[in-house]
Design a protein around this ligand. Structure first.
Ligand SMILES: C[S@@+](CC[C@H](N)C(=O)[O-])C[C@H]1O[C@@H](n2cnc3c(N)ncnc32)[C@H](O)[C@@H]1O
Length: 220
């Protein structure tokens, strides 16, 4: 594996995907609808940062005229994301790139929308990556980053997804379990966002997860 290549396959998230991929895929479908309803951004460039199998970005491509960049640090996940884009017939509207969130290969102020589900908590230097996110956002753009299921998920399925994720996280052992949840708190995230110099953010609780909404002012 090259030094650039990172494999997080053996994490609670991917272990739940093995058995319940359909649930996470459905969550991304509902999240795409939520993001479109809340922010109304339907054209321009959209970055799905840490896209995994590409579900979030692909759903946005299906719902909007956005040109979607699916990026991840894991080549194998990107290859699967490519297959998914083909299956969902949006391959012409998405680009796939092997990218480390700490070094985004994009010009300043180019993205209209950035979505990022589940990747923030694995960044080596969250301040550096948040700085990159902010740098590439256009004035007026929105960033929706964090990790959770979204408010449109029906309560029954929501409870089942949370239960399987919690069960996998428990298997990490007490110390890593504590750290897992600590990273999903406003306190932990604020520290890194402040260090990155990001202003104009707020938290959207989605228990037991959380989202960060970043809005870049028109004059930034
Ligand atoms: C929990 S998975 C979520 C995948 C997808 N967003 C989803 O919701 O199904 C986190 C993803 O972030 C990617 N990732 C982690 N660190 C990254 C980094 N520094 N740069 C780019 N991607 C990264 C991982 O490879 C993984 O695919």
């Amino acid at each position: 594996m090259s030094p650039f290549q990172v494999d997080l396959s053996d994490t609670p998230y991917w272990r739940t995907v093995e058995k319940h991929g359909g649930w996470h895929r459905f969550a991304c479908k509902l999240l795409a609808r939520q993001v479109l309803d809340d922010y109304g951004i339907d054209k321009g460039l959209c970055l799905d940062l840490g896209c995994g199998l590409g579900w979030f970005g692909i759903e946005l491509a299906k719902l909007t005229d956005l040109e979607v960049l699916l990026v991840d640090i894991d080549r194998d996940k990107l290859l699967k994301a490519r297959e998914n884009a083909l299956k969902e017939k949006v391959r012409g509207r998405v680009s796939l790139l092997l990218v480390d969130a700490h070094h985004l290969p994009f010009r300043d102020r180019t993205m209209s929308l950035i979505v990022c589900r589940g990747a923030v908590f694995f960044w080596r230097r969250p301040d550096k990556a948040f700085k990159e996110v902010y740098r590439v956002m256009k004035p007026g753009a929105v960033g929706f980053l964090g990790g959770a299921i979204g408010r449109y998920m029906p309560s029954g399925l929501r409870a089942r997804i949370i239960e399987v994720v919690k069960r996998e996280v428990r298997k990490l052992g007490a110390e890593k379990e504590r750290e897992w949840w600590r990273r999903r708190t406003p306190g932990w995230l604020t520290k890194w966002l402040d260090k990155a110099g990001v202003d104009g953010f707020r938290f959207i609780p989605d228990p037991p997860g959380i989202w960060i909404e970043i809005r870049k002012g028109r004059c930034s």
